[in-house]
Unconditional design. Structure first.
Length: 463
């Protein structure tokens, strides 16, 4: 560790800035709410965002959650965060479970506390049209993966905590907990200590106090090594998701999927495809994947995932049954590529790259909708063709605003039954192209454009 505080701060902030850019966590004008408990990790996060907000071109806000389970100590933590935010001129949103009338369990679990936090974060992100930044570190990543392995997990679980998920961003996944404490110390910033972190009542604490030190005895850089594994698993998971999407596309027929085509797939690809079908409906636990695979092998039967959604196999087809009848499931996410895509609900989308000079010569062809094209150089990233997901947002062209997709659909009066099937092109939670609205703000061709991406769409009525 560097003994010069200024150099240490510079090194850490350079590392964080590079990571934020590499992962595409922020865009100019984003409103970012830092989840701040008052501990070292979250205080370091809030400090970093405030110190480098001009570099990141973001607006910084904060939120604090009092779960109502630590009495006066929790209130002292809330007051600490409130005083810091007041001194820095940061708008703070405090959620107090007791004041909100929440019934506190006698022995609240980690899962209960996490559900309370994230329920509040979800509402706040939608209310403020903002991202939520959490202070998860490499240390949290290692603990999470070990916890999932102990309980039983697959490839998706081994991918660990992602840098981005919906409106959640995690800039600190490139730092250890020791780094955040050193950063606070170097800047002379105090932080609170949650006394429950020292107890072994919670499984994660025991992993932190016993399992991680044991691994570090074998390899001092164990946390970094586990994070590297997560990154590799995430890439493999994305590849499998692409193979699964191709499988579902090839098996798709009106109203469902051909069972025979699904059966011919390799085991891991089929499991990934079934995970894709289950995950929009409920947590894609292994038992549901296994049961759905059994239905395909048997050639008949039904699996109720929720009171509203049942998958059944009938007459050689895998069908999605809802109270309204058999409905096509949403299109599975698939990596962006040029070509034609026939998607559930009768939606057809074609993506084509065209040299800008050829585009200008043939403008009348594209004049029908000026939002149908974008500068290819402005849409680089991990582009995915999919349907809506929680946390999606869109910047309508010419409006200079950022809206959650839910609010934008409400504004356009899009029928609720149509929303799950509408195709879109996204980079993480940022929607770059949306069916019926075209490309987002800032992606249009300009005099420096060399190549454009042109989208053609059609809608047919499925039988």
């Amino acid at each position: 560790m560097n003994s010069d505080p200024e150099k240490l701060v510079q090194r850490i902030e350079d590392t964080l800035l590079a990571y934020c850019r590499q992962q595409g966590l922020f865009k100019s004008g984003d409103r970012v709410i830092a989840a701040c408990s008052g501990g070292a990790d979250s205080m370091a996060l809030l400090l970093f965002l405030l110190r480098r907000r001009r570099d990141l071109k973001i607006e910084v806000l904060a939120t604090h959650v009092n779960h109502g389970i630590r009495g006066l100590q929790a209130q002292a933590d809330a007051n600490f965060v409130r005083a810091f935010c007041s001194s820095q001129g940061v708008e703070l949103f405090v959620y107090d479970a007791v004041r909100e009338g929440v019934q506190i369990p006698e022995n609240p679990s980690e899962e209960w506390a996490r559900g309370l936090r994230y329920g509040w974060f979800d509402r706040l992100a939608a209310q403020e049209e903002a991202s939520i930044a959490t202070a998860h570190t490499l240390s949290d990543q290692a603990e999470t993966v070990l916890f999932r392995m102990a309980r039983g997990t697959g490839l998706h679980g081994l991918a660990g905590i992602p840098p981005r998920r919906g409106y959640y961003v995690r800039p600190f996944l490139c730092l250890t907990r020791a780094d955040t404490e050193a950063y606070c110390t170097a800047l002379g910033q105090n932080y609170v200590q949650d006394e429950t972190n020292a107890e072994d009542h919670y499984v994660r604490n025991r992993i932190r106090h016993e399992a991680i030190p044991a691994l570090q005895y074998a390899n001092p850089s164990a946390e970094t090594a586990i994070a590297r594994l997560c990154s590799q698993m995430r890439k493999l998971d994305r590849w499998l998701a692409g193979e699964a999407a191709a499988l579902l596309q090839s098996a798709a027929v009106e109203g469902g999927y051909e069972v025979a085509a699904l059966r011919r797939a390799e085991g891991p690809v089929l499991d990934a495809a079934l995970h894709t079908l289950v995950s929009p409906v409920r947590d894609a636990e292994e038992k549901y994947i296994t049961l759905l695979r059994f239905l395909l092998q048997r050639g008949e039967g039904a699996l109720q995932l929720t009171p509203e959604v049942t998958y059944k196999v009938k007459d050689g087809l895998l069908l999605c049954q809802t109270p309204e009848g058999v409905r096509p499931p949403p299109a599975p996410p698939q990596p962006f590529s040029e070509g034609r895509f026939f998607l559930p609900g009768g939606y057809f989308v074609e993506f084509q790259r065209v040299k800008y000079e050829d585009f200008l010569k043939n403008q009348p062809i594209f004049k029908k909708d000026l939002n149908c094209c974008a500068d290819c150089a402005k849409i680089q990233g991990n582009l995915v063709l999919r349907t809506r997901q929680p946390g999606d947002f869109f910047r309508p062209a010419g409006r200079h605003v950022r809206k959650t997709l839910k609010k934008y659909y409400n504004e356009l009066s899009v029928p609720q039954e149509d929303r799950p099937l509408l195709p879109l092109l996204a980079d993480g939670s940022e929607v770059l192209w949306l069916w019926g609205s075209g490309f987002a703000e800032g992606l249009a061709p300009d005099p420096y454009t060399l190549e454009v991406l042109v989208v053609r769409t059609e809608k047919t009525e499925e039988a």
